[in-house]
Design a protein around this ligand. Sequence first.
Ligand SMILES: NC(=O)c1ccc[n+]([C@@H]2O[C@H](COP(=O)([O-])OP(=O)(O)OC[C@H]3O[C@@H](n4cnc5c(N)ncnc54)[C@H](OP(=O)(O)O)[C@@H]3O)[C@@H](O)[C@H]2O)c1
Length: 256
Amino acid sequence: MKLGFIGTGKITSAVVAGICGSKIPFNKIFLSPRNRNIAKKLKRKFKKIIIAKNNQEIVNSCNWIFLAVTPPVGDKIIKYLKFKSNQTVISFISTMTLPQLKKTIKVKAKIVRAIPLPPISLRKGPVPIFPPNKKVKNFFNKLGTTVEITNEKLSKNFWSTSGMMAPFYELLSTTSNWLVKRGVKRDKAQKYITSLFVALSEDAVVNSKKNLKHLVKESQTPRGLNEQGVKELRKAGFYRSTEKTLNSILKRLNKV
Ligand SMILES: NC(=O)c1ccc[n+]([C@@H]2O[C@H](COP(=O)([O-])OP(=O)(O)OC[C@H]3O[C@@H](n4cnc5c(N)ncnc54)[C@H](OP(=O)(O)O)[C@@H]3O)[C@@H](O)[C@H]2O)c1
């Protein structure tokens, strides 16, 4: 199987790293010449990578084509590409809907939307796909956890929560900086905070069949530090504003 990526930026780098470290069988990966520096770096790092001359060469050479450009670039370039009906096109473009993609791609190729996130480079994390597709599901299950979505409107709720990545890292950064301000060396502070949050996340995954509110409860002792932490943050509107932000991200996605 030949895989092609139109747009060689952050998400393509992460997905290509994930694929090259996985058991996915493939013959070649074709990358678009933009961004050239990123494409060259990936070619140096991994085997079986070819930098194509242009986007159409990728479409002509591959069975599966991943669209990994920003929405304005997608609007501009996809309509000029000539796809074949036996191809599978997987779009990472978060704001282009399936009807829009079908109209732009024109031929009756299989079209699937997917939203991988950067930890896919470590072959970890959820990958929501829409519409369900067995082969695409199996593919992303080798790079993380595929979540099949049956309704495009519903899928926007998942896309919205992916806007919580930077806020999560900001929380790690703020907490580490707080330790640094109190005299802890940066590497120690960051090691402590990142291993704390990874342990908490792993515990949450193990317990994810139960309502997560149980973890909130179980991690507090009466009048303890965690009780104080969650109470004060609730009072300050921290969680209300998280919900408000999710609503406004969703509102933005619903406009397109
Ligand atoms: N980053 C994420 O975590 C993430 C997750 C899921 C989905 N997505 C979606 O994936 C898409 C790409 O995101 P990204 O973060 O990877 O963006 P990015 O880092 O800006 O990458 C976009 C790439 O497209 C290239 N490009 C520009 N014009 C092009 C053209 N005419 N033909 C081919 N490539 C062209 C850019 O090259 P130049 O540098 O030369 O301009 C750049 O390398 C977006 O639609 C985003 O919504 C991103």
